[in-house]
Design a protein around this ligand. Sequence first.
Ligand SMILES: [Cu+2]
Length: 367
Amino acid sequence: MSKVSTLLASLTGAALVAAHGHVGNIIVNGVYYKNYDPTSDFYMTNPPTVIGWATTQQDNGFVEPNNFGTADIICHRNGVNGGGHATVAAGDKISLVWDPVWPDSHIGPVIDYLAACNGDCETVDKTTLKFFKIDGAGYDAAAGLWAAQKLIANGNSWLVQIPSDLKAGNYVLRHEIIALHGAQSANGAQAYPQCVNLKVTGSGTNVPSGIAGTSLYTATDPGILFNPYVSSPVYTVPGPALIAGAASSIAQSVSTATATSSATLPGSAATTSSTVKTTTSSTSSSTVKATTTTSSTVKTTTTTSKTTATSTTLKTSTVATPSTTAAPVGGAQTKYGQCGGSGWSGPTACASGSSCTVLNAYYAQCV
Ligand SMILES: [Cu+2]
C-alpha cells in the first residue's frame, strides 16, 4: 500500500458510507417470496404485503456500531413488522437471496437468529423479541474464506435450517451479514440485519432462550471492532453462543424457485400459486443433493414430501424465477457497486449518475 493510499485509508476509515444491499427474496421449499424492497417499496403508497420487515434502508445501507444499542439493530433501521408470513416445517431449509450482488470487498460473518413472537409476528413489539442464534459463520481458515465470500459464491444466497426440534409457532428470522471492510476503525463495521416472518410447523417442543436485539452486540466486541486485513484472521463471531446442537453453518447450496407465493396474512391458511416442483442443486461436492417435491393446488396448505436423490428431472411449469441484477452496462459499474481498491479487477468506470469514490485502500464505490 502506498503512502497516499495509507493516508486515504486513515482519513476515510471512520466515515465509510459504502452501502450494500438487502435480501431481495426468500425461497422456501421452492416457493419464491418477495421480500420488502427498501429501494422501491418505500416509495409506494401501497407497497405489496410481504413476509419481510419494512425498513428505511433506501440506500441499501447498514446499521453502524454506535447504534447497536438502539432498536435499529433489531430489524434494520426503523424496522416495521412484515404484513404476512411464510410457512415452513421445523427442519426445513430456507434460502435468503441478496440483491444486488454482495460485493466481495464486504467480507465478514453471516449470522442467523430466530425469536418467538408468542402471537402474530405481524404485530409483535420488536423490542420484546428474544433472539437465539441458529447459525453464525465467520472466517473459515481452512478454506481461506469469509462467510460473506461463501455467500457470494453461493449465488449471493445463504441457506439456513430451521432447528428440527423447534416448537411450532410464529418466529421472526433475523438474517444478517456484518461487513468488516472498515471494521479496523471504531464504528467502522456495518450490520445488515434482515427480518422475515415465519410460521413454523412440527411437533418439536424446544424454544431456546434468547436475548433482546439491542443486547446482541456492542461497538467494541472483538468481532465488531476487528482488523480483517491480516494474513490469517482469528475471528470470533459476535453475539450470543449458538444454541445447543447448532452448527456455524449448514452446507450451502442454491435453491431454485419454480413457483411464487404471496405472504400469508395472520389467521389465514397458506396458499401457493401453482404446482411446484423444485430442485436444490448443490455447489458442494460433499453435499447430498436434496430434492424437494411439493404438490399443492390453490388454496391448500402446502404439503411436502422429501427424498434424497442424486439427480432429478425437472418437470417445468415455468412460473417465476428469482430476479437477477442486471450486469453493468457497457462495462461500467452500477451505482453502489465496487469500482476500485486493492486487488480489484472489475470495472473502474461508473454508470451515469454516479462516480467512483475511493473510500479506503481496499475499496472504491460508485456513489
Ligand atoms: Cu457497502
